[in-house]
Design a protein around this ligand. Structure first.
Ligand code: FAD
Length: 475
């Protein structure tokens, strides 16, 4: 049973946590009022559907929020934020539910759930795309592909645009078109006081600056407006080699990427095929003519005898969906570092740690950045990794979350990360962390940190939005 507008059925008081983490009781009458004023529905721990609604992508996260408000639009979000402020309840925001740390689903919290808000609209003439925050990258690609357009976003189509667009958004098109934040034209935001504002270069420019890299801290974004870019067919896909070729393949990948044009994005990985065969692999995505792609990728495709070469002309949507089988429901733990270059020492660590992977679903990965990302001034947005050309990721993923299993796989990811530190920058990409990265925010945001604090004090002085990588209103 859930409660929606006007039905007010069976709602009872719930035990929750306050903003500062103290126990708090929310009265049944307050919950009934909230339910009456929402077009969406309210779930308490006694409602059927509660367990399904508290699930997030990472099955290691098993949390019990006090209340979940399933919003259907901006009006519901305003109602939810006013309720949260009035009750003083710990609040978190959920869009796609993909955050590794589960920052969208906290014990004892009030969850402003935007998963049902997933509409996308394309204006092909203005090359503009409007997306609600619960849209997945696949939802956006579905609409934009019809116009041979794409919004630069990530590398997996089930990811939610909400959290991705507010952290940065690195993906297949970043090197040629910039990050998702670089392509944000405006955002509609419900602030902590319940007011609604549009943030763009011309309106609330300080807020617009802050949400492009630290966006979970300032309010609830109810709509994004993005630039779209012409993207028709892509040349790309994955090529695999035996695992023992891993170190040499990584050096080849580094050579090819050293002077690759912006239109080429590549990743390198050490992983296992679904049948358990350990492999080394390169994943490519070239935005441009097929002949150019074939020439650029020849050094990799004609290097040694591959196990399989799945490169070819594909739609952008197909490329984005290549890893969709990394679906919901498995425990996962990621550690990631950014690096300007791929040091020989980093290759040695990745190859050695791949041999120690504790699960056939785990992977070590190098993804590329640079190109258009690096040409944006460091102070133009708070996104902190303009100078990093690579991210080095240890991704542990295993079958079932149990204390001993979890410790083993998390231990492997942490060890890999620690061994990579001499070859990496000290900053972490907050989209890729399994803890909240909150202890390293000054280091991560560097010269932009003090400005983020000032803007936080202006728009959210009581620190209502505090769950993910929290910028506090006082330094
Ligand atoms: C399989 C997988 C692949 C990924 N690939 C990429 C990739 O290629 N590139 C990349 O950059 N990242 C990638 N990520 C990381 C991803 O960007 C983050 O996990 C991001 O948080 C996902 O957004 P979400 O809306 O699904 O998250 P949620 O878990 O719903 O939200 C995470 C946090 O973001 C904030 N937030 C979310 N929506 C809003 C909103 N509307 N208003 C205000 N705050 C909000 C909240 O603080 C929330 O706690 C990937 C993650 C996964 C699991």
């Amino acid at each position: 049973m859930s409660a929606g507008a006007g039905d007010g059925v069976g709602l009872h008081e719930v035990e929750a946590l306050s903003l500062s983490g103290q126990p708090l009781t929310i009265r049944a009458s307050a919950i009934a009022d909230l339910a009456k004023n929402l077009r969406g529905s309210i779930l308490t721990p006694r409602c059927s559907g509660y367990d399904e609604a508290r699930r997030v992508w990472n099955a290691m996260i098993d949390r019990y929020p006090a209340l979940i408000a399933r919003c259907t639009g901006t009006a519901d979000v305003v109602t939810a934020v006013n309720f949260a402020r009035h009750e003083g309840i710990l609040t978190c925001v959920r869009s796609g539910g993909h955050s590794q740390s589960g920052s969208c689903m906290l014990d004892g919290a009030f969850v402003v759930d935007l998963m049902a808000m997933r509409a996308v609209r394309v204006d092909p003439v203005a090359r503009a795309v409007w997306a609600q925050p619960g849209a997945t990258l696949g939802d956006i690609d579905h609409e934009t592909t019809a116009f041979d357009l794409a919004v630069p976003a990530g590398r997996q189509s089930t990811t939610g645009i909400g959290g991705l667009a507010l952290n940065g958004g690195m993906g297949y098109l970043s090197r040629s078109c910039g990050l998702t934040v670089d392509n944000l034209r405006s955002a509609d935001v419900v602030l902590a006081d319940g007011s609604f504002v549009r943030a763009s270069q011309d309106s609330n420019a300080d807020l617009f600056w802050a949400v492009r890299g630290a966006g979970g801290n300032y309010g609830v974004v109810t709509s994004f407006e993005f630039d779209a870019h012409p993207v028709k067919d892509i040349f790309g896909g994955i090529i695999t080699f035996p695992r023992q070729d891993g170190a040499d393949l990584c050096r080849l990948f580094r050579r090819v990427m050293a002077d690759a044009p912006d239109e080429l994005d590549m990743s390198f990985g050490l992983m296992a095929l679904p049948d358990g065969t350990p492999v080394s692999a390169v994943l490519a995505c070239y935005r441009g003519p097929r002949e150019d792609a074939e020439a650029l990728l020849r050094p990799v495709r004609e290097w040694r005898r591959p196990l399989a070469d799945h490169m070819g002309v594909k739609s952008f949507r197909e490329v984005q969906a290549l890893f969709d089988d990394l679906g919901w429901g498995k425990p996962t733990y990621w550690k990631s570092s950014m690096a300007e270059e791929i040091a020989d020492g980093a290759i040695d660590v990745l190859v050695a740690q791949a041999e120690k992977m504790e699960s056939p679903m785990s992977i070590v990965l190098i993804e590329c950045s640079g190109g258009a990302v690096a040409r944006v001034e460091e102070t133009a947005t708070p996104y902190p990794h303009r100078s990093a050309r690579y991210s080095l990721v240890a991704s542990a993923r295993w079958e079932r979350s149990e204390p001993e299993e979890d410790a083993r796989h998390v231990g492997w990811a942490k060890e890999t990360h620690a061994l990579l530190q001499p070859h990496a920058q000290k900053r972490v990409y907050l989209g890729f962390v399994s803890d909240d990265g909150g202890d390293r925010l000054r280091e991560t945001y560097g010269c932009n940190y003090d400005r983020l604090v000032e803007i936080k004090a202006k728009y959210d002085p009581a620190n209502m939005f505090r769950n993910a990588a929290n910028i506090k209103p006082k330094a």
